[in-house]
Write a new protein. Sequence first.
Length: 254
Amino acid sequence: MLVVYALFGAMMGSFLNVCIHRIPLEGSILSPRSTCPKCNSTIPFYDNIPVISYLVLKGKCRSCGQDISLRYPLVEILTAAFTTAVGTVFGMTSLGGVYIVFIYILIVITVIDLDHMIIPDRLVGLGLIIGIASIFFGALEIGWKDAFMGSFFYGGFLYLAGMAGKRIFKKEAMGMGDVKLGLMMGLLLGWKMSVMSLYLSFLVASIVGLTAIITGQLSKGDRIPFGPFLAVGTVLAIFFGQAILEIYLSFMTP
């Protein structure tokens, strides 16, 4: 089953690459067939095999010989890894299915936000629809009250943080795309895991930001997308949130 999960994940990673490229351009993710972004030549099916084609072609387009971005195989590998992880931890269950689709959406959002500093509404809307449908059909382990409390808390916290940051720094500190993303994630996580996700997101952002400043890769006034940190915090909460919460409560309980 691990091999099946990995192969399926790699194939989905190839599709996610198409989404990452076309959604910001507001193009169709279903047609036309994939083309080289450098020479626009159509990519044959045998050059579109996840990871393997990249290795066989040595990272270059067969038609024009230009370099293929390393991002493509990395997204495929990452998607395969997460698919395998979700399949291993949650199995072939409705909860596992919801989580993996949710993580796929977060992967696309993360790369688009890194590339374009935007979080497309259509992806957030898709996540909200999946969340509402999952609660309606009982696929999630939370109820309506918990889900909407999580959505309100997550999105509301980011909105207030953005307003406070704007007042302090005299410029936009948190985009509305992040707030909408928070609404989506809170709906699927519930309020407890929303708190955990936010804590982990800000923790990871602080570590990465401080490291970037120390190494000179980030200067004062530089803008960095926060969506990827929210995605990382949410994925960590999905896999480790409950365990972290139990450890914390064990220390707090006399």
